[in-house]
Design a protein around this ligand. Structure first.
Ligand code: SAM
Ligand code: SF4
Ligand code: SF4
Length: 300
């Protein structure tokens, strides 16, 4: 991370904490909800299957930029499916850079060739070892590993949503992140129980066990892009929600925090680590503040 970027985020953090501000800093644009997969735990794929045009996405990026967002995520559906004429996801990433976003990340299922060195991080969903990942995501594990081996940059970060099916694969994914070329780290979430996937949610005890494994793996040097100081709050679901400093825009509609904000009762059961980490950070939790500084400087 450049010093100027670090300084910008540090001053945003200080202002937000001291003056209890709610301005957003992290924004997500949903480029399409079309997806080539139908993962067992996912409730957001292929609802409209519309591919939003470049001009619309560009305008949405501008809206976020004008609100103060500087960390931008492109998400879907499957982001690497996105096209507008000859333009691919790279055109969106380059446009975001040109507009002045300081960090530009992409989330993908990894089933398409990965040639996007312009992104700061490519969050690539890996949901366990071959058996458990494929049980959740269809027969995709080997394709993903091949795409990672052939990727043109080392900017990949595994992204694992931990649920009832794959809860015993945390160690495996940590080791895979440590040992795989082109992979820089791994970042976790717990399953967030939308009404149609409630049965995949972890109990408090299962979450505690997963956090203990992650903590142990961090101790052993695994590259985990999460904050252990937020774990107790994630286990108990006692972190504040929603995250006021995060926004998402999908087809012109802006939501605070996540597109899940409209699902009744979901925020109390939220499993997204970024929500715990950012809300605790901006509440001024000192352990989180110091760990965030160390972790972000290490992985971005
Ligand atoms: C919706 S997908 C979109 C990007 C891409 N298709 C992918 O799979 O990475 C973004 C991330 O959300 C995760 N996810 C989906 N449903 C979830 C849920 N109910 N709780 C937690 N994470 C979830 C997926 O596993 C994935 O890592
Ligand atoms: S690949 Fe991503 S968007 Fe597609 S079904 Fe799976 S989690 Fe949902
Ligand atoms: S806090 Fe609520 S809106 Fe935010 S990600 Fe969690 S469930 Fe979604």
């Amino acid at each position: 991370m450049k010093f100027s970027t670090f300084f910008r985020f540090a001053s945003f953090g200080v202002k937000t904490i001291l003056f209890k501000k709610e301005d957003p800093i992290l924004g997500t644009v949903i480029v399409t909800d079309r997806c080539n997969l139908h993962c067992k735990h996912c409730s957001v794929n292929n609802i409209t299957a519309v591919m939003h045009p470049f001009a619309q996405i560009r305008q949405e990026m501008q809206v976020l930029y004008d609100m103060g967002v500087r960390i931008l995520f492109f998400c879907g559906g499957e982001t690497f499916l996105w096209r507008d004429g000859d333009m691919t996801l790279r055109a969106l990433v380059l446009e975001a850079r040109r507009m002045g976003f300081l960090i530009v990340n992409v989330v993908t299922n990894g089933t398409f060739p990965i040639d996007l060195p312009e992104a700061d991080l490519i969050l690539l969903s890996l949901d366990g070892d071959r058996e458990h990942h494929n049980e959740i995501r269809g027969d995709t594990y080997d394709t993903i590993m091949e795409n990672i081996a052939n990727a043109t940059a080392g900017n990949i970060c595994f992204y694992m949503a931990i649920n009832k099916i794959n809860k015993d694969c945390v160690r495996h994914v940590c080791e895979k992140a440590r040992d795989t070329k082109n992979v820089r780290a791994v970042s976790f979430n717990f399953h967030t129980p939308y009404p149609d996937t409630k049965e995949l949610a972890l109990s408090r005890e299962e979450k505690a066990e997963c956090c203990e494994t992650i903590r142990q793996m961090m101790k052993e040097g695994a590259p985990v892009f999460n904050l252990k100081s937020a774990f107790p709050y994630l286990v108990d679901n006692s972190f504040p929600t929603p995250c006021r400093q995060c926004v998402v825009i999908e087809n012109g509609k802006i939501s605070v925090c996540g597109r899940c904000i409209d699902v009744p009762g979901l925020c109390e059961k939220c499993g997204y680590f970024f929500v715990a980490e950012y809300t605790l950070l901006f509440k001024g939790n000192l352990k989180v503040v110091f760990e965030m500084l160390r972790t972000y400087l290490k992985y971005i």
